[in-house]
Design a protein around this ligand. Sequence first.
Ligand code: G3P
Length: 214
Amino acid sequence: MKFFIDTADISGIKKAHEMGLVDGVTTNPSLIKKAGRDHEQTIREISALIPGPISVETLSDTAEGMIKEADTYITWGSNIVIKVVMTPEGMKAVRALSARGIKTNVTLIFSPLQALIAAKSGATYVSPFVGRLDDIGQVGMEIITQIRQIFDNYSLPTQILAASIRNPIHMLDSALVGADVATVPPATLFQLFKHPLTESGIATFMEDAKAWAI
Ligand code: G3P
């Protein structure tokens, strides 16, 4: 499973990249707002730092507007993926961009059939939002499992990008059910390192080494 990092915060991206844990980056308008910096400058910096795909979200509500935005965003780096919302206009944009060889990521997916539609439109990635489904009392991971089965049934090449990942269980389940990618905020990514037995084991080794290490 590829690890994408779900942030526009350059320091978090750099920290994870130094550990080889950033196969790509996903951003959205809320993450750009949180980072508090200029959109274009931020994406250009991320794109120069990370060789993998960088998702940049369109804001228009028409296919024409989304395509126009995409034409700007792809000049910001060689690895830009155009993020499009799951709407009929969005799917028109995905079809047109895909025909031009431009990679797309269909976001705000909350059902397996939305994912199937996006795949049929030619999306490179679909982003089902696991945590936001959990928030409303639906088990978010179930749709990842169902999308996996549907895409496998028909050998659809669209990649499943598990999004709205909030905790290590989401990461574990994403890997178990076969998501192609999970996009994870830096804080959640760094949680994955932690295990109390690792920490107590290190402490014991360090204590015992005092008896003999120079
Ligand atoms: O990748 C989508 C993600 O940013 C949404 O996460 O936590 O806002 O539901 P969240």
